[in-house]
Design a protein around this ligand. Structure first.
Ligand code: ATP
Length: 269
């Protein structure tokens, strides 16, 4: 039987534990993702979304609980070690690429899983170039003609599309999308979201995506999770989220959590 892509068991995260400011940010989270599931996560301010992704990625040590990726217990593994299994795309288009390197060089680094040693030793091979062109052409943004452009000169949307491509070149066991379209204008955000769906579903990549855009959370992905005060209060499979509207979702959140969804950044449209 295939292992789940991600298993989170009884995950608790505390900040400033044992002090008067103790904050129990994640409370007994249980979450299992089967290979290929694309889960969107929404929730109010401070609900624990980033803490959840940081716990999975390893950038935050785990207070209690267990995280397994593709059957491997990674609970005590470093970010670098987990990066062999996980790719993560952040909100800031500048964070995923090296601005002074060209598109080609950035993609070559991604192909070598970011190891400079392999990069300088091997350079960019002809086969790699063909693959890069093919991948870039699939974005339909004309970027296959910009291989020698410094990536820092591209627009935020172009960079984020390339970052996404780079994050998925080596088929990670798990893709973490951390509000990866939030810094883009609405039209570019829609383009990058459509590309995300295309890449993730074509390659069957297990994905966890935080978004403040309720419409995107409903439109994309195969499952929707809502977090409130460190707990998963709503967990909808594709068939249940199909046809739901934003007011339905807000009602569901209130019924399950007893709270109104309060989020400064939330986009209802
Ligand atoms: N490094 C930290 N030190 C102390 N408290 C923290 C830290 N990081 C997060 N918290 C607290 O943990 C709780 C969850 O925060 P988190 O950033 O995960 O929420 P979020 O759902 O991502 O919120 P937002 O949508 O507002 O970014 C909040 O109460 C927050 O203040």
């Amino acid at each position: 039987m295939t292992e789940p892509a991600l298993e989170i068991h009884r995950l608790n995260q505390y900040f400033e534990q044992g002090t008067p400011n103790e904050n129990h940010a994640l409370k007994n989270i249980e979450l299992t993702l089967q290979p290929g599931e694309f889960v969107t996560i929404i929730g109010g301010n401070g609900a624990g979304k980033s803490t959840l992704l940081n716990s999975v990625a390893g950038s935050l040590p785990i207070s209690q609980g267990q995280v397994k990726i593709a059957g491997q217990d990674v609970t005590y593994q470093s970010v670098a070690k987990r990066a062999q299994l996980i790719s993560r795309v952040f909100q800031d288009p500048r964070s995923g690429t090296a601005p002074l390197l060209t598109v080609k060089e950035n993609m070559a680094l991604a192909l070598k899983r970011g190891t400079w040693r392999n990069f300088w030793r091997r350079g960019v091979k002809h086969d790699d170039l063909a693959l890069m062109k093919e991948k870039l052409a699939s974005l339909n943004l004309g970027l296959e003609d910009r291989l020698d452009a410094e990536i820092g000169l591209l627009s935020g949307g172009q960079r984020q599309a390339i970052t996404l491509l780079m994050a998925t070149l080596n088929l990670p066991e798990l893709l973490l999308l951390d509000e990866h379209t939030a810094a883009l204008d609405p039209q570019t955000s829609a383009t990058v979201m459509a590309l995300t769906q295309q890449i993730v579903s074509a390659q069957h990549i297990t994905t966890l995506m935080i978004t403040h855009n309720m419409q995107d959370a409903l439109k994309y992905g195969t499952r929707l999770i809502m977090l409130d005060h460190g707990r998963i209060v709503v967990d909808l499979p594709a068939e249940k989220k199909h046809g739901l509207t934003i007011p339905d979702l807000l009602d569901l959140f209130k019924a399950q959590s007893g709270n109104e969804l309060s989020d400064d950044a939330v986009l209802l449209g």
